[in-house]
Design a protein around this ligand. Sequence first.
Ligand code: PDD
Length: 307
Amino acid sequence: MPIVGYYNGQFVTPNSGIVPLDERGHQFGDGVYEVIRCYGGRAFLLDWHLDRLWMSLQAIRIAPPFTKDECATLIERLIVESGELEASIYLQITRGSAIRNHLFPNPAVKANVSATVRPVASQIAKEPGTLLMMADERWANAWIKTINLLPNILAKQTAHDMGADEALLVRDGAMIESASSNLWFVRDNQLITAPADRYILNGITRRFVIQLADRLGIPVRETKLPAKDLATVDGIFITGTLTEVFPIHRVLTHPDVPYVSLPDVTGLQQLSADKCQVAWEARDLSLVGRLQSAFADAIATFAKSDR
Ligand code: PDD
């Protein structure tokens, strides 16, 4: 199947070079996005994604170029064009194209809408993963789903370089999120996850798992868990649109991480994975397994349900 791209009303191949150089997303990262999962040819939790997209647009003062219904229709059309049943839809809206200037274009220009649809496979069967603990160096508005992801990218790449799957981000002494997923702890048969304040992205999967836990009778505490309490935790998992519910069996630390605040940034390349230390190992991931199965069941039901 062809991978579908979309730019301002046209269906294109993703690398067709259609974005102008004076595009504010391209030059400033001046835009917002959503990643939506398609199961069985249908966009999962689409209304929640659209509500969050509208919140992000409002937060950075971009006028939506269409209504939510028109946006939903576009997403459905993209899925049909792709012919995919299991796919990831990336949708980006930027402030538009104008000669480079930090000030918003005046008069305002129309926002640019771009999208891609790509096939993806479920993560559910993957083996438990590893996190690398590091300082959260993002700005104080992580709740906005902006395309400015440099701190997230550096954090996740560092985690990968050290042999981990994801970063465990610590802000003000608390373990609040991962670089591209929400972070959860299991302790005494309860789930703990950071509250959806300005410092984390209120994940759509996070919201769904809160509902799922409620249905399963598993208590959820939305509170910030101090990094010093890591040893008290029985299990960890991360959630996200593409990550789904992913169990974690190990947390690493590294003596030279956090690194971006170090004066010698060239030191970045010299990090050695040999220096990583195991800070935590899972005691019990059975509750995470239960949630994973419930999540898989919910998806299967959704994928089969009537349109
Ligand atoms: N990332 N936290 C961060 C920083 C994220 O980037 C994401 C998702 C999440 C999980 O949110 P949701 O459940 O709504 O996907 C949490 C997406 C998928 C990405 O950037 O590719």
